[in-house]
Design a protein around this ligand. Sequence first.
Ligand SMILES: NC(=O)c1ccc[n+]([C@@H]2O[C@H](COP(=O)([O-])OP(=O)(O)OC[C@H]3O[C@@H](n4cnc5c(N)ncnc54)[C@H](OP(=O)(O)O)[C@@H]3O)[C@@H](O)[C@H]2O)c1
Length: 399
Amino acid sequence: MEIIVAGFLVAIIFITVLLYRQHSRGAAPADDSLSEYPVPKKPARAALLLSKKGPYTLVHDWPRPQISSKEVLIRNRAIGLNPIDWKCVTYGFGVYSIPWISGREAAGVIEEIGAEVRNFRKGDRVWVTSTNYRDNRTSTFQEFIAASPFNVGHLPDFISFDEGATLGVGIVAAAGALFDSLHIPWPQQFEASPPIGTLSPTSPQPSISDQDGKPHGNPDSRPWILIWGASCVTGMMATQLAHQSNLRVLGVASLHNTSQLLGLGAEKVLDRHRPEEVIAEAQELRISLAIDCVGQETATYAARALLTGGKLAYLVKKPKVEVIEKKGLSVTDILIKRFHEDERYGSALVAFVERALVKRTLRPVKYEIIEGGLEAVEEGLRKLSEGGVSGEKLVVKVV
Ligand SMILES: NC(=O)c1ccc[n+]([C@@H]2O[C@H](COP(=O)([O-])OP(=O)(O)OC[C@H]3O[C@@H](n4cnc5c(N)ncnc54)[C@H](OP(=O)(O)O)[C@@H]3O)[C@@H](O)[C@H]2O)c1
């Protein structure tokens, strides 16, 4: 009898050890048939999805990405969290294999440079945005990432890595909404040519500033833009860019974010909980440009607020069709992947941001550090998904 019990115990211990080793190697659960876990030459840490349903799990033996001759390798020092990083798990999209890496933005240091790359040196401090969702090497929830140089910008010395990690998706999405979707001319201070194809000669253009950035004539003749969700990270970036483009910003947010938004260049901030008052004010101001950063309900409010024939760019969902048709609006989403698919566009946007940061006409947004390093990604995303973020970016340090 004792021999049987002892044998039984040994078998249980053996099975437990096997299961533990399989888990600590990061193998995906049996229901994920796409499992693949490469053997690392230079191990690094990463927060991985080991199952499509999450959670993000820290592993210590993930391989450093290999770079091509046209790429750089970045050692991440801080990463920013985005709604897409929890939405892809909750709503089950955009996870193409297991293990999977998410994360779309970071700041860090250049670690390696491909033979054909000219504009970076080892040790340069940089910010990076990864819009290339299908290439796990570029996803930022890991210690090292591969990136195309035209998706990476230099960080001025006076901007910390934590601040640099707030730029990422927000600045690319905001610039896309304004300069690509709404065809607003790039701010005059930006001397390089705007990317080909972004400006439509037939679109109505807002007034242009003169050389010193001041508007021509009466400042009150500048057009207004309505930004619904102005305290979103993207909305705060859009507010700054719109202000630099000589647009007057009417921001819609919770009122406790008013002083922050006025500091970023908004001229008026109205309460997002009183949409009919916002619509009435926008009509009074005769606004014909809008960006919605929130969803279909607010995009529809924004559409109702615009003058007939106005233009609206949306980040999440377009307004209800009947409103679009009734008002004869031009409505566009944003093509964020243009940032990595169109090298000229990506390069121009990065050059613009680098210059604006140096001139301090663009600044990183307020942020909160989620303590605990890469292991804290899951906690940070939970906070983001539960609506626990207002007028700030969540940042995780990679230490
Ligand atoms: N299409 C794309 O390529 C693309 C790119 C970037 C982002 N996005 C999407 O755009 C959305 C915004 O992203 P984000 O990172 O900028 O968001 P975020 O900073 O995480 O958004 C948080 C903010 O949402 C605001 N908010 C929530 N409900 C609102 C409402 N009804 N009206 C006005 N403001 C509201 C809150 O404002 P208060 O605290 O002031 O109330 C809060 O400051 C997300 O859904 C994201 O997935 C899409």
